[in-house]
Write a protein that binds this ligand. Structure first.
Ligand code: F6R
Length: 264
């Protein structure tokens, strides 16, 4: 796991955008796995700016979002569908038919729907670069603690903590969804490359467990230790509980010197 320590959340967004842009420039038909939430907002802003500057073309790229709340129609301003369109897709030149976001409008037949989402990822050739955030409880996607490390796309019940964390995105008094459709940990680990972002003090404990703790279904993000190509981009606040920060800085310097392609 390559740990990239940045000072600020702004720098995390820029670094993340640089890596996504690099993947799309190297392979214009890249398949991107995308996340929502506050953490990747800076990355999307930067990608939009690169696109407007004429430096980044998404017309051949494909995307698969990690998750969607159950019970929210695509037009609902709190849906991840709405988030992705308002923060990213409506500002860049993705082909609408190449954008995939799980549907939260399902009422039944969840398994068949989730299998079809998995199949669509396979049909697209698999995910080249998966972008992730991390929950305070260590979740990736909505794989809450004790999710199977082999889990696939499915309906998942959200923990109280996640429901409370999500409250900030909903108007006061609104009912917060209790379930989501999410890619599984097994689905995420199938991506060829994974980039996970974390900013802010509230993520520090989860980040330390994910990077330096034992692999455990109690901390879904620790499963990333099993993947051979993971880059963790973290700001100062989110990194303070890590015990090996100096080593990560040295690894980064030596990576720049000997294997810079790992950072492109
Ligand atoms: C979002 C997702 C979640 C978030 C995580 C962190 O698509 O899958 O795992 O990445 O809850 O959310 P923020 O960035 O809002 O702290």
């Amino acid at each position: 796991m390559l740990v990239v320590l940045k000072e600020t959340a702004g720098e995390v967004g820029q670094e993340a955008a640089r890596i996504v842009a690099g993947a799309v420039r190297a392979n214009p038909s890249a398949v991107l796995g995308l996340a929502t939430g506050s953490t990747p907002l800076g990355m999307y802003e930067e990608l939009v700016a690169l696109h407007h500057a004429g430096n980044l073309d998404f017309s051949k790229a494909t995307s698969f979002n990690l998750d969607e709340y159950l019970g929210l129609a695509p037009a609902d301003p709190q849906s991840f569908q709405y988030f992705m369109h308002s923060n990213f897709f409506s500002h860049v030149n993705f082909s609408p038919e190449k954008i995939h976001i799980p549907s939260g409008a399902m009422r039944k037949d969840f398994s068949a729907y989730c299998e079809s989402y998995e199949q669509a990822i396979k049909d697209a050739g698999g995910i080249d670069l998966q972008v992730l955030g991390i929950g305070r409880n260590g979740h990736i996607g909505f794989n809450e603690p004790n999710s199977s490390l082999a889990s696939r796309t499915r309906l998942k019940e959200l923990t109280r903590e996640t429901i409370e964390d999500n409250r900030k995105f909903f108007p006061q008094g609104a009912e917060i969804p209790e379930c989501a459709i999410t890619m599984g940990i097994g689905t995420i680990l199938d991506a060829r490359r994974i980039m996970i972002l974390a900013t802010g003090k509230s993520k520090a404990a989860a980040v330390a467990k994910a990077i330096e703790g034992p692999i455990s279904s109690s901390v879904s993000a620790s499963a990333l230790q099993l993947h051979p190509d993971v880059i963790f981009v973290i700001d100062d606040d989110a990194s303070y509980a890590l015990t090996q920060r100096d080593y990560y800085r040295r690894v980064l310097e030596l990576t720049k010197k000997y294997t810079p392609e790992k950072l492109s």
